[in-house]
Write a protein that binds this ligand. Structure first.
Ligand code: NAD
Length: 504
């Protein structure tokens, strides 16, 4: 970045290192296209998960700031909605180009604040960028329906923006999840108030800066910060018409229930326990590599992490080999060359993960690979957990029933494919499922691309019904349908008596 650009871009710079930061500044908030210092007295310390050094302090936005963000979005809405689709599309083209240009910087902020490896952080950005790129096709995606009812009558439908919408994001994809929301909400004419996770808001701040540079008018994109207090404000503020939430079950069920009771449209993607059924005819080497990558990548902190294996028949003999390959993974600071997985988000997350592993041992599972207590030489103070595998797990165990959200693979054995399907269907979650077989699917993390498809989910992994992120369904979430019926016929112009019955 040039000095001028740095001056214009108050979102911080990110060095590609875990070295202690001399002056950890405060994270600003973003309103009316300006980055402002919060007037709050409540700050949330954000630590680098690899070192637990302080990176920045994140404000709990004040009531006045939260209100100001909605005021700004509300004020911007009439002009933004009236802006032609082609002009909005031009801004989105620029936004997309800027994200590509700042890709490394976005990824560096993610590695520093969230902990995942730099290469994986680049994937986090890319998967969000693809949603923005797809949003550029809005001119064909928003084409509506027209029906000529009769020669002189026509019905047509339009999709109109909702107004001010909000997004509440989780820590595990600091760029991707904000980008599941921001491009589609804004290209359809809404103004958005986005709350990134208080644990890693840096990528969202850079995105705000790029949105401004791309030409989004003041107020179309605003960023507020904080925890449950900010969430409660969003849920109860009547001017916010829709909420996009991604995160844990507890927060999501609360937000869905109370947000819906307040008359808002809510989409809420929640927790997961993704299973893979492994069949004896699968290509063994390919399957083992796919499983190890999908189970331990991002330290298992992906909603689509492959956390549960259902080994069918003799494939249980493959488990030692899976453990051997998992043990080869390089657990290290995310900026280190060759790192395969970084730390988990916090000391509390590490404790929870390790306790769930212990519960498995206590309940009779076999610990074939134990990554608890692992410390990379250079990072003795980080929140690291090495790849861990529990075998002989049964469905009544706590380590099976709860989402572990760490680099832990739990493995169950069944005799037949039918048994595997029955077991998987009995699980309360339904985010993603994989099957490895030469007759089949072999995709370990089946996240749909942001084309016409949406990220969906089933059972306890999603609250409510048919409110999906991105793709065609994402466009529907952020718009409401208006239907217009027109009649040209003139014969009633001369009738002297009105008809009151419905036409039959
Ligand atoms: P989280 O629920 O702790 O936090 C998500 C958001 O909710 C944050 O912005 C946070 O500030 C807010 N929040 C947290 N607790 C709250 C409370 N009690 N009241 C109100 N708001 C609250 O989730 P997380 O730990 O950041 O993210 C990990 C979870 O997200 C995992 O369960 C993972 O499976 C899930 N996830 C799901 C998907 C999906 O598409 N299904 C994608 C990514 C992550």
């Amino acid at each position: 970045l040039t000095a001028t650009a740095q001056h214009l871009n108050p979102a911080r710079e990110y060095p590609m290192t875990h070295d202690k930061i001399a002056n950890p500044g405060n994270t600003k908030w973003f309103v009316d296209n300006e980055f402002l210092e919060s007037k709050t007295t409540q700050w949330i310390d954000l630590h680098d998960p690899a070192t637990n050094n302080l990176v920045t302090r994140v404000p709990q936005s004040t009531d006045a700031e939260l209100k100001a963000a909605v005021d700004s979005a509300e004020k911007a809405f009439p002009a933004w909605r009236a802006t032609s689709l082609l002009s909005r599309q031009q801004i989105m083209f620029k936004f997309v180009a800027l994200i590509r240009q700042h890709w490394d910087r976005l990824a560096a902020s993610i590695t520093l604040e969230q902990g995942k490896t730099f290469a994986d952080s680049k994937g986090d950005v890319l998967r969000g960028l693809q949603v923005a790129e797809t949003a550029c096709g809005i001119t064909t995606q928003m084409v509506g329906d027209v029906l000529e009812v009769s020669k002189d009558m026509e019905t047509r439908s339009y999709r109109e923006p909702l107004g001010v919408v909000a997004a509440i994001c989780p820590f595990n994809f600091p760029a991707m999840i904000p980008l599941w929301c921001l491009p589609i909400a804004t290209i359809t004419g809404n103004c958005i108030v986005l709350k990134p996770s208080e644990r890693d808001p840096g990528a969202a701040m850079i995105l705000a800066e790029l949105a401004r540079e791309a030409g989004f008018p003041a107020g179309v994109v605003n960023i507020v910060h904080g925890g449950p207090k900010t969430v409660d404000f969003i849920i109860d503020e009547p001017r916010i018409k829709a909420i996009s939430f991604v995160g844990s079950d507890k927060a999501g069920e609360y937000i869905y229930t109370r947000g819906s009771a307040n008359g808002k449209r809510v989409q809420a993607n929640l927790g997961a326990k993704n299973h893979a059924a492994v069949l004896p005819d699968a290509n063994k080497n390919q399957t083992i590599n796919a499983i190890v990558g999908a189970a331990f990548g991002a330290a298992g902190q992906r909603c689509m992490a492959l956390s549960t294996l259902v080994m069918v028949g003799e494939t249980k003999e493959w488990l030692p080999e899976i453990a051997k390959r998992a043990a080869q993974l390089n657990v290290n600071g995310g900026f280190e060359a060759g790192a395969d997985l970084g730390p988990v988000i916090s000391p509390a997350a590490r404790e929870k993960i390790e306790a769930l592993v212990q519960s498995g041992v206590d309940e009779g599972a076999t610990l074939v690979l134990d990554g608890r207590g692992y410390r990379p030489e250079k990072y003795p103070n980080g929140n690291f957990v090495g790849p861990t595998m529990l075998t002989n797990v049964t469905t009544d165990m706590k380590c099976y029933q709860e989402e572990i959200f760490g680099p832990v693979l739990v493995c169950l054995n069944v005799d037949t494919l039918e048994d595997a399907i029955e077991l998987i269907n009995r699980n309360r979650y339904g985010n993603g499922v994989a099957v490895f077989t030469q007759r089949g699917i072999n995709v370990p993390i089946p996240v749909p691309l942001a084309t016409t498809f949406s990220f969906t989910g089933n059972k306890a992994s999603i609250a409510g019904n048919a409110n999906y992120f991105y793709g065609r369904h994402g466009l529907q979430f952020y718009t409401q349908l208006k239907t217009v019926t027109s009649l040209w016929r003139a014969e009633d112009a001369v009738a002297t008596r009105a008809k009151t019955e419905m036409p039959t």
